[in-house]
Write a protein that binds this ligand. Structure first.
Ligand code: HEC
Length: 111
């Protein structure tokens, strides 16, 4: 029961959040792309095991500018990681801004 209340409270909080205007990117527009990320970035303490063990950093709640800069750096090859480079290259500038806005709006409750 406690858990259900928490889930309801979290849902209410995120609905309230969604009504605030996004600064640059459009967080709602990012939703379809987020499914690509949650597999790795939504599991606390998760590590990928291929091609070697990487700690998956927490991105929810980081500033939009930080997330955007990181994704662009992967896309341009300034920063490299096999999976992140591959994913970042498939994203348009608009998608990167939208995803950055989405994760910046997520609090510490999720990753
Ligand atoms: C297969 C697992 C995986 C998937 C899927 C994935 N990531 Fe990552 N991500 C990682 C790992 C591992 C790192 C750390 C890589 C490194 O050390 O540079 C990372 C790093 C990042 C960083 C840099 C964070 C920092 O603090 O420096 C951002 C931003 C990021 N990912 C965003 C995303 C977004 C947005 C998506 C979906 C479009 C996504 N990732 C999908 C595994 C993943």
């Amino acid at each position: 029961m406690k858990r259900l209340l928490f889930v309801l409270a979290a849902a209410a909080a995120s609905t309230a959040h969604a009504q605030q205007p996004a600064a640059a990117g459009d967080a709602m527009a990012a939703k379809p792309h987020i499914s690509m990320c949650t597999g790795c970035h939504s599991i606390p303490g998760y590590q990928t095991s291929f091609p070697r063990v990487y700690h998956v950093p927490k991105i929810a709640g980081q500033s939009a500018g930080y997330i955007e800069a990181a994704l662009r750096a992967y896309a341009k090859g300034e920063r490299s990681h096999p999976t992140m480079t591959g994913i970042a290259k498939t994203l348009t500038d608009k998608q990167i801004a939208d995803i950055a806005a989405y994760y910046a709006e997520r609090g510490a409750a999720s990753r």
